[in-house]
Ligand binder design. Sequence first.
Ligand code: CA
Length: 234
Amino acid sequence: MARVLVVEDDQFVRSALIRHLTEAGHTVRSVGTALEALREVAHLPFDVVILDLGLPDLDGSEALKMLRGITDVPVIIATARDDEAEIVRLLNAGADDYLTKPFSVEHLSARIAAVLRRTRAAAAEAAPSSVIRVGGLAIDPLRRLAELDGAQLDLTRREFDLLAFLAGRPGVVVPRRELLAEVWQQSYGDDQTIDVHLSWLRRKLGETAAKPRYLHTLRGVGVKLEPPRTEPLS
Ligand code: CA
């Protein structure tokens, strides 16, 4: 599914969006102003931004222009104004799609799916081979497939994200804080979340914390993934 940033100052609309998008399996963060939105996209990866045009701090087209200054993330405009001229102007200014309020959850989900299809197809075309290989692991982030020694791994969305993120930085100790931010899109959280997912992932990779092969936990520091050492002869 997708990492969604909801930019909406109306608390009621905002909680409804968060609830529905979360139920649809998306990871959602939300802010109420354009400036907060700029800070979010500057620091975290998103697949799509839902941008309300009536924000308290910046005019919609101004907000869009500034967003476009720092990121290519797809933006779906949500507007109460059924103003065709303005919508056309915003689409020309870099918006990917728009929704006129009030809109249904189904409508929003369909628009998100369409935008993701377009961007993922474009990404696949731009990078036909982006398979990450570490030892016997092969991870294809675009097709969301992972293999260990030629056998496909059956991973949950989060396990896959965690594995792909670590495998993209082999041998590098990734601090837990960074994992929370990058894989969970959370700026805080308890270590148990990571530990639980790591232990599930370990089981699927056929290893344990006591006898690690790929996944190494450095207590109090972070986690790293590296190719298994060859067993010393004894
Ligand atoms: Ca508003």
